[in-house]
Every structure is written in C-alpha cells, then in structure tokens.
Write a protein that binds this ligand. Structure first.
Ligand SMILES: [Zn+2]
Length: 93
C-alpha cells in the first residue's frame, strides 16, 4: 500500500503531536465525521496505530450497527487542521 498523502503519522500519538486530523466516512450510510484524535488517543493509547486496517478494528459506524447494516465499511482520511480546528485551541481572554 503506497502512502499517497504527505503524512507520516502512523499512530494517534504522532498525529496529536503533528496536529493533524482524521475524519471517517461510512460508505454504507454516507455519513462523515471528524474524529477526535485527542479522545481516541486517551481511550486507545498514543501508540494505537492509525492505519486503516487498525482503525477499522476499533471504530465502527454506530448508525449502521444500530440498523443492522455493515458497520465497518469505512474510509479514513488524514488531513491537516487549521489552527482553529485543533482541539484545545482557545482564544486567550
Ligand atoms: Zn454508517
């Protein structure tokens, strides 16, 4: 599998350090969501791989699971976050 994105962060911890984001699309119901990398790293540990085949083991589409549809028909997208989108960014009072 070639890496067509200019990202080298292969774990959640590295993604946090780099400040890059991760979104997921459900190909079954076409829902799309921005994943909370911070929360995922807390829950799964910073060493959790964020490669597709590892993420599909721990992430599923809640909507499709509830409806009894294929719930791991997922596509993950790495992207850079603007400073405003980075979790924890708050304007100073
Ligand atoms: Zn779905």
């Amino acid at each position: 599998m070639s890496n067509k994105y200019p990202f080298v962060e292969d774990t959640l911890g590295k993604k946090l350090a780099a400040g890059t984001g991760l979104s997921v699309s459900c190909l079954t119901c076409k829902r799309r969501a921005l994943l909370d990398v911070d929360e995922l790293a807390n829950r799964l540990g910073p060493d959790q791989s964020c490669m597709h085949w590892d993420l599909v083991k721990v992430i599923y589409c809640h909507e499709c699971r509830a409806a009894g549809r294929e719930d791991r028909n997922l596509q993950f997208t790495n992207h850079a976050l603007t400073p405003e989108q980075r979790k924890g960014w708050t304007p100073s009072p």
